[in-house]
Design a protein around this ligand. Structure first.
Ligand code: GLN
Length: 191
């Protein structure tokens, strides 16, 4: 079976681990650079992207993580994870990212008035049955390059994007009972 790491520096990693278990995968916590060597893929969860990037720097994981992903480690970033994978941030304050995927984001841009909401998404490759999605102070993609493939849109902006071995979601697929988006990530690894 696959061993999938979940970055557990900060944020909502527990639900990701539970979803992976449901899929018969062995989830492991990743907090140190060395732990990146023992995994087949990595999930960067939601949380506070400002905090996660600071901890990546403070714990000396930033460079190794970036290098591993550039070398082909499959990665799935949700919400704050999508922010970290982005090429850059259009909202203020400016903030460092990993600069790996070909899109830019504006933070906390969906549901400004209500903080969080549910939506139903049609996702390319997952058929006509809509996937429930939870948005929590979610990033909006403001600009996207042609190397990134849009798998789903909401309110005219991409909310699920794939670029080779990298996947990013504005929403939280781990907060519903629907496991199809995680399955999609695993299929990219087994693929
Ligand atoms: N608003 C958070 C950020 O900008 C992301 C929110 C989330 O991950 N649920 O980091």
């Amino acid at each position: 079976g696959l061993t999938i790491g979940v970055l557990t520096l900060q944020g909502g990693f527990d639900k990701h681990m539970q979803t992976l278990e449901k899929l018969g995968v062995n989830p492991v916590k990743v907090r140190e650079a060395g732990e990146l060597n023992a995994i087949d893929g990595l999930i960067i969860p939601g949380g506070e992207s400002t905090t996660i990037i600071r901890l990546l720097r403070n714990f000396g994981i930033y460079d190794r993580l970036r290098e591993k992903i550039l070398q082909g480690l499959p990665v799935f970033g949700t919400c704050a994870g999508m922010i970290l994978l982005s090429r850059g941030i259009d909202s203020h304050p400016e903030q460092e990212t990993l600069g790996l995927m070909d899109y830019r984001v504006s933070r906390n841009d969906y549901g400004r008035q209500i903080d969080s909401f549910d939506a139903k998404l049609i996702i390319k490759g997952l058929g006509d049955d809509p996937v429930p999605a939870v948005f929590i102070r979610a990033p909006r993609i403001t600009e996207i390059g042609s190397t990134a493939e849009v798998l789903s849109e909401y309110e005219d902006s991409p909310v699920l994007v794939r670029q080779g071995h990298m996947l990013a979601a504005s929403f939280h697929p781990e907060l519903t009972e629907d496991i199809r988006v995680h399955k999609l990530f695993l299929s990219m690894i087994e693929g």
